[in-house]
Write a protein that binds this ligand. Structure first.
Ligand code: PLP
Length: 371
């Protein structure tokens, strides 16, 4: 195993070695459980009821015998919540992106993808036989230029963007993206992993921008972040969803979600819908925590979302700061290459309604000591 040791030692010497940390007993400042729903008593109760009803696993893929009323009910509920025609579940956000993108874009098509899109989108693009062009982050003029030159050479064009960019916390300008998609007759694929439950009364970026879903829009989202469960969904027109069910290999060739996770997620959607103040409180907390962080001599970009990157730039320094925090019982991971570009390492804080004020005070104190 010399080769493995050599790779690992290279990773260590460039401060890019990663290891998992046990979450128990630490203050967790990097979970995506934005609304604190993963252990909400009603969410847990619904999941336990389904567990008792159906058992642990689903037993098969959706197209064999792993599609239950729990899956169908959640799909219908999500389609209604997101204001779209139809919805289909996937095992995770990663699986949704790697399966859906190649199902929609094939040889003779063009994919245009924002350079800061999530790794699962990048992998989905790699698996597609379409031509791929990466456009600079949020540079919609450049996107327009590419389309002006290239649109005529391709059958379909799929524009892909995160709604909320997962490592920077900024948002796509969906109004511009949609107008470009309409002007050049493209499909628009939005990854709502971090927008579901955090923007637009929890419904996502379309609602935040006051826009309505149309057939050219495909909305992907996860159940694993603000909805406190696990799994993912893709929403679109009836025909597109049908096509995805028939073509997405990461749906066809894998066991479906355990029904209990669907039942818990459905309850989480109900809670978000009935309690719009949760999303408002999350935003207020994000603003408050960002204000506190700006007391420190650190660059902390803020875009009004609960993802707050504390820029450290240097990989080694970011790692040492994260290790120092962990010694004080605080889990705030150093995000480094290849998740972000080299030289742009950061501590990525995600705001959650779970945090207590005294935990935030402790974090600020320790960060101040470590700078
Ligand atoms: C933007 C984005 N898309 C997709 C995913 C993958 O989702 P999941 O964790 O459900 O696989 C993530 C995070 O993990 C993400 O941040």
């Amino acid at each position: 195993m010399d080769w493995a040791r050599k790779v690992l030692s290279e990773l260590r010497s460039s401060d890019l070695y990663r290891k998992r940390v046990l979450r128990e007993g630490v203050l967790d400042f990097c979970s995506n459980d934005y609304l604190g729903l993963r252990d909400h008593p009603e969410v847990v109760e619904e999941a336990v009821k389904a567990l008792r009803d159906t058992g642990l696993g689903s037993g098969a893929s959706q197209l064999v015998s792993g599609y239950t009323r729990y899956h169908r009910n959640l799909e219908e509920r999500l389609a209604e919540f997101k204001g779209v025609q139809r919805c289909v579940l996937f095992g995770s956000g990663y699986l949704a992106n790697v399966g859906t993108i190649p199902a929609l874009a094939e040889e003779g098509d063009l994919i245009l993808s924002d350079e800061l899109n999530h790794a699962s989108i990048i992998d989905g693009c790699r698996l597609s036989r379409a031509r791929k062009v990466i456009f600079p982050h949020r540079d919609y003029e450049r996107l327009r230029e590419i389309l002006r030159k290239e649109r005529g050479n391709y059958n379909k064009v799929l524009i892909i963007s995160d709604s909320v960019f997962s490592m920077d916390g900024d948002t796509a300008d969906v109004r511009k993206l949609l107008s470009i998609a309409e002007e050049f007759d493209c499909l628009l694929y939005l990854d709502e992993a971090h927008a579901t439950g955090t923007l637009g009364r929890g419904r996502g970026i379309m609602e935040e921008f006051g826009l309505r879903w149309t057939e050219r829009i495909i909305l992907m989202g996860t159940l694993s972040k603000a909805l406190g469960s696990y799994g993912a969904f893709v929403c679109g027109s009836g025909d597109l969803v049908d096509l995805i069910v028939n073509r997405a290999r990461s749906l066809i060739f894998t066991t479906s979600l355990p029904p209990s996770l669907c039942a818990g997620a459905l309850k989480a959607v109900d809670i978000v819908e009935k309690n719009p103040e949760l999303v408002r409180r999350l935003k207020e907390r994000s603003i408050h925590i960002r204000r506190r962080l700006s007391e420190l001599p650190l660059e902390v970009p803020f875009h009004g979302t609960p993802i707050i990157p504390i820029m450290v730039w240097d990989e080694g320094k970011a790692l040492r700061m994260a290790e120092g925090l962990l010694r004080s019982g605080i889990l705030l991971q150093a995000i480094r290459y290849p998740t972000v570009p080299k030289g742009k390492a950061r501590l990525r804080l995600t705001v959650s309604l779970r945090y207590r004020d005294e935990d935030v005070d402790l974090l600020l104190d320790r960060l101040g000591e470590l700078i």
